[in-house]
Write a protein that binds this ligand. Structure first.
Ligand SMILES: Nc1nc2c(ncn2[C@@H]2O[C@H](COP(=O)(O)OP(=O)(O)OP(=O)(O)O)[C@@H](O)[C@H]2O)c(=O)[nH]1
Ligand SMILES: [Mg+2]
Length: 259
């Protein structure tokens, strides 16, 4: 199928992506929602209404947020730490069940001094990804605070929440199991879905983002069908009009005006 924008072969999602751990899973189903499948059939409508959702990635400094995004979006990994200043973002294009979808992925700074810039971008998120470093248990404890701050800027019950542990390549299998047990408990408290990844090796990174894209896309489709395609809302094609150059300029201006 030809879309108005190009979708690379490795962004085509044809089957509903599974969760990582059934004990910390937002939705156990293995296929698209029946109503969503019916809506997918109305291809002409969906192709005119290209959908876009916003995901914000939060967590302590140095936990690996930027590396996680770079591994997925650029298939790259940088060993050296370069702190994110304020915010940055990427747009990823997918084809889901034959339909086009875009995901804005907002990378925020973990450093306290940049928080005032970063938190200005939490609003309108359909997905909140809270990240911790699996080698530093304190960063897991801090995820609750990060989540609260991101939720404060959004409507109640409007966001999918993910808890992602990074750097699993640095742990022995036993350490990994122990940390994952703690993370599953934390995920239950946060109503989050848990994933354990390595941006260095790439383990689980693509699967994680596919899952994010699928849940966000399906949710947008279902909400739109409930609304009878009428109201402009988050996840609506209108957001697609965001121009990356214009948005980058706004981000830079924000950096100057804050902190
Ligand atoms: N071994 C290993 N190192 C990682 C992994 N992910 C990130 N790192 C390293 O951890 C450090 C921090 O990574 P960043 O992605 O820059 O951290 P961040 O969360 O974006 O930090 P801030 O932008 O300051 O909030 C870097 O030195 C990375 O190379 C991973 O999966 N495995
Ligand atoms: Mg960063």
């Amino acid at each position: 199928m030809q879309f108005a924008f190009p979708v690379s072969k490795n962004r085509i999602i044809s089957t509903f992506p599974k969760c990582y751990n059934p004990q910390a899973c937002l939705q156990m189903k293995e296929d698209w929602n029946v109503k969503a499948k019916l809506a997918f059939k109305d291809r002409a409508t969906w192709q005119q209404r290209l959908k876009m959702s916003k995901a914000v990635v939060v967590g302590d400094l140095n936990v690996g947020k930027t590396c996680l995004i770079n591994r997925f979006c650029k298939d790259a990994f940088d060993r050296d730490y370069k702190a994110t200043i304020g915010v940055d973002f990427e747009i990823e294009r997918f084809e889901l069940s034959g339909l086009p979808f875009s995901l804005q992925i907002w990378d925020t700074a973990g450093q306290e001094k940049f928080k005032c810039i970063a938190s200005a971008y939490y609003r309108g998120a359909q997905v909140i990804v809270t990240v911790f470093d699996m080698t530093d248990i304190l960063t897991l404890e801090h995820t609750k605070q990060w989540l609260m701050e991101a939720l404060n800027e959004n409507e109640p019950n409007s966001c999918f929440i993910f808890l992602v542990g990074t750097k699993r390549d640095l742990l022995s299998p036993e350490e990994c199991q122990r940390t994952e047990r703690d993370a599953v408990k934390m995920a239950a408290e946060m109503n989050a879905e848990f994933w354990s990844v390595s941006s260095k090796t790439g383990e689980n990174v693509q699967q994680f983002f596919f899952r994010v894209a699928a849940l966000a896309f399906e949710d947008s489709v279902l909400k739109d069908t409930e609304l009878g395609y009428s109201t402009a809302r988050i996840g609506d094609g209108d957001v697609l009009k965001v121009d990356k150059t214009q948005a980058s300029a706004e981000v830079k201006a924000g950096r100057k005006n804050c902190c």
